[in-house]
Write a new protein. Structure first.
Length: 220
């Protein structure tokens, strides 16, 4: 978008086509509202089939008002990924300042489950699950994958057996799996999270109890 188009968009946003969220406090978060509306459309109609024009129409504004916040659909998705990266980074920074032990690993997984369960909008997780190919093409998606390697480095120990490392990694995957395996089953979101944490805790405890059949050299 050139400077002239940007100025036009800014005028639209400030004028009669300002994006409204219905918040009563007088300080609506327009970007968050756009994200929610766009995600609803992406889930209902598919990412490829949804245009910026359709998103603007759903919001009840002009395309220029939408362009002011997000020039492309990819920008909407990248913004959601960046928010998730920032939230997980904060959790990792906390964990890396703690002792590297079983208690820290368990607390990390517990806090991660809350973050995963309450992250902005349920459709964020659903979109991530259904559109891995798209996410893998975005720079923000690459950063998210790199971040997951940092997460696994926190949870695992290279000196452990491969089975122990896999148990700890699967503890985290159980949090993710609860979304797409248990979503349609009877029960509340809180019950789903509790089930995922129960499995994750069992896997972490099993990894702590396991004795490698043969010592592993961390430099291997």
């Amino acid at each position: 978008m050139n400077s002239s188009e940007h100025e036009t968009a800014a005028r639209v946003v400030r004028g009669r086509n300002r994006i409204r969220t219905g918040d009563a406090d007088g300080a609506p978060d327009a970007r968050a509202h756009i994200q929610r509306v766009a995600l609803d459309l992406f889930i209902e109609e598919g990412y490829d089939k949804t245009s910026l024009r359709e998103i603007a129409e759903k919001l009840g504004v002009t395309k220029a008002a939408l362009y002011y916040h997000f020039p492309t659909k990819d920008d909407i998705i990248s913004s959601l990924i960046e928010q998730r990266i920032a939230a997980v980074d904060a959790l990792l920074d906390w964990a890396e300042s703690q002792p590297r032990d079983s208690a820290t690993r368990l607390q990390f997984v517990e806090r991660y489950s809350v973050l995963h369960d309450e992250f902005v909008h349920e459709n964020v997780i659903r979109f991530f699950e259904r559109n891995q190919t798209l996410i893998n093409t975005l720079p923000a998606g690459k950063r998210m994958r790199e971040q997951m390697l940092r997460v696994f480095a926190l949870l695992t120990d290279p000196a452990d057996s491969l089975a122990q490392q896999l148990r700890r990694a699967m503890a985290l995957f159980s949090i993710h799996a609860s979304w797409f395996l248990l979503r349609e089953r009877p029960g509340t979101g809180e019950e789903r999270r509790a089930a995922a944490l129960e499995v994750a805790t069992e896997l972490l405890a099993a990894a702590d109890r396991a004795t490698p059949t043969e010592p592993r050299d961390p430099t291997d």
